[in-house]
Design a protein. Structure first.
Ligand code: FAD
Length: 575
């Protein structure tokens, strides 16, 4: 039998993973990988750090070359070669050699589409002016670096506060540029809820980034009289005019489905390629992976687009197995992601509260702010944790973590717990590694489980940060149990002050005809207060996450309305 001919479109994350796995499974197959760009297997995720100089050697971004793929795997990687047409009945593709413009036709037994995504371009005049860039591949960042070096002034405008926009903001700032970050929504990093994104807003402002939230760009214009700008003046809906020497367009991505559409393959409702759980398209000889496909959201069961490297790599492996006759399934993605922004790290897994509200799913939310490791050991930092769970079953819906230390491992533990179908009660019982430099005898993840368990067991009823904004003073009163010194740093307007140590003696000052919402810095002391008050017959709720969460939410304009899916409610696509 002659060797199978397996063709792959796209030579980076999904395509290269699949190609290498196919070779490990089938030594005889002829594997040809087409890549329209000049490089295969490059590190997209490292591109912002190369712009900022944190990754200094360009060659470190090139994980493989066509030569190394040939030497190690006998994979024919053809760069600057675009697949322009699929003929499904003949089982051939038409390929254009971009250097010469010549074309050839290549037959296949199996075809894998891993064409990735394309950056969303703003539907506005002027975005194609010189000095306006997307960040998609190595040639893009070569151009950005070259342009920046030639700039006399150093003012950058980043449009879009998703992962790439935030990473570029950090890296441009690192190079000493003044950076404005413009986001049309009221918050950056959409997978977070608005109060959790508030930490990122605070960090951006503290670093001197000129942050514009809820204020879309309406035009890229020529500088007016007296306005010097190397690239354009970015005009916002509010009327702000931001002179820019470089403009980074990071408005998100959409699936690259040009070939799939031309080939008549089924597309999904979100515009990605529709695949089954073997990653096979509507054609039995064609598979597809990565940013180009729609996947099942494992938490909600709905279709979603999740343009991330982890899923693309794992899908490449699964598709390779199936192409080689080893049944293998990709059942969906969980939305686990992480980002560093200056000194902060933010991560999430599963679904957020915005999504749960939009889908009308029942949930309970708890916030807490434990230390990243034992408080007596130097260097502990608070970790803001939000855990969402089903009120009846206790199953996790999702979690968000923001802090300066120990965020990555908490996100990964919570992601693993979510995937294992654990309940919040099980989180309380997880046996996690502990010594003072690394955690606490009760790890933040254990504590999250315990706080949620207290809610489930009826020991405490949580109040949420957004409820405090809308309290009717005739019906409820906020009681702050922190110290006077802490209140001097900031307080919830209208709250009355009774330090925890005096609470038992001052019960007579509290009304019995109104609900009492107790607050402290993080929700821990106020929980103690809630237990005292409840056992003395008061109607009481604990402000979960307390002052820290409430004040972080104030960093996001209109946070409560946005959370509830108000006028500018969350869009259906996550990410
Ligand atoms: P890609 O890796 O994008 O590969 C697709 C390739 O197909 C492209 O090179 C394209 O040129 C080629 N192609 C398309 N059409 C054709 C055609 N017709 N013929 C030939 N070739 C074609 N993800 C994370 O999880 N963490 C991160 O930190 C992270 N950071 C990122 C930073 C940046 C700047 C970018 C751009 C992405 C980042 N991502 C990150 C996303 C991650 O890189 C992608 O999700 C992943 O690369 C998708 O893999 P893929 O195989 O689907 O597509």
């Amino acid at each position: 039998m002659s060797a199978r001919r397996i063709l792959i479109v796209g030579g980076v994350a999904g395509g290269a993973s699949a190609a290498a796995r196919i070779r490990r499974l089938d030594e005889r197959a002829r594997i040809v990988m087409f890549e329209r760009g000049p490089y295969v297997s490059f590190a997209n995720c490292g591109l912002p750090y190369y712009v900022g100089g944190e990754i200094s050697r360009r060659e470190d971004l090139l994980l493989h070359t066509p030569e190394s793929l040939w030497d190690r795997f006998r994979i024919e990687a053809r760069v600057r070669t675009e697949v322009v047409e699929v003929d499904r009945s003949a089982r051939t593709v038409r390929v254009r050699h971009l250097a010469t413009g010549t074309e050839s036709v290549e037959p296949y037994d199996a075809l894998l589409l891993a064409p990735g995504s394309v950056p969303v371009r703003p539907p506005l005049p002027g975005w194609e002016r010189p000095g306006h860039f997307v960040v998609r591949n190595l040639p893009d960042v070569d151009e950005i670096r070259g342009w920046m070096e030639a700039c006399a002034a150093r003012r950058a405008v980043v449009v879009g506060g998703g992962y790439i926009g935030l990473e570029m903001t950090e890296q441009l700032h690192r190079r000493g540029w003044e950076v404005s970050l413009v986001e049309a929504l009221p918050q950056v990093m959409a997978p977070l809820d608005p109060e959790m994104a508030g930490w990122l807003h605070r960090e951006l402002r503290a670093r001197g980034v000129d942050l514009h939230l809820g204020d879309p760009v309406v035009a890229f214009e020529d500088p007016g009289p007296g306005e010097a700008a190397g690239a354009s003046v970015v005009r916002l809906r509010s009327g702000f005019r931001l002179p820019a020497d470089v403009v980074i367009l990071a408005l998100g991505v959409r699936p690259e489905v040009t070939l799939a559409r031309q080939a008549g393959l089924e597309l999904g409702e979100l515009g990605g390629i529709r695949v089954d759980d073997h990653l096979r398209t509507s054609d039995p000889h064609i598979w597809a992976v990565g940013d180009a496909v729609e996947v099942r959201d494992r938490v909600t069961g709905r279709w979603t687009l999740l343009p991330l490297a982890g899923p693309a790599n794992r899908q490449g492996r699964v598709a390779a197995d199936n192409i080689c006759g080893r049944p293998s399934r990709y059942e969906g993605s969980w939305g686990t992601a992480i980002l560093r922004l200056f000194g902060l790290v933010a991560g999430c897994t599963g679904v957020n509260e915005k999504t749960l509200r939009r889908l009308g799913l029942p949930f309970e939310a708890v916030h807490l702010h434990p230390g990243s490791h034992a408080g007596y050991y130097p260097g502990a930092e608070p970790v803001a944790l939000k855990v969402l769970f089903h009120p009846e079953t206790g199953r996790l819906w999702g979690a968000q973590v923001v802090g300066r230390d120990g965020v990555d491992k908490r996100v990964d533990v919570l992601a693993t717990a979510l995937q294992a179908g654990l309940t919040v009660d099980a989180l309380a019982e997880l046996e996690l590694a502990y010594a003072p430099p690394f955690g606490s005898a009760k790890d933040p993840v254990n504590l999250a489980g315990m706080v949620a368990q207290n809610v489930r067991q009826g020991l405490v009823r949580p109040a949420q940060w957004h409820e405090v904004e809308r309290l009717d003073p005739a019906r409820a009163l906020v009681v702050d149990v922190r110290s006077a010194e802490e209140r001097r740093q900031g307080l919830i307007p209208g709250s009355v002050h009774i330090p925890l140590a005096q609470l038992r003696e001052r019960l007579g000052e509290l009304p019995r005809d109104r609900e009492i919402i107790v607050a402290c810095a993080s929700g821990q002391r106020s929980y103690f207060a809630a237990r005292i008050l409840e056992q003395h017959g008061f109607r009481v709720r604990n402000l979960t996450g307390s002052y820290r969460t409430w004040s972080a939410a104030r960093e996001t304009p209109g946070a409560a309305t946005w959370l509830m899916g108000g006028a500018e409610g969350p869009s259906p696509a996550r990410g």
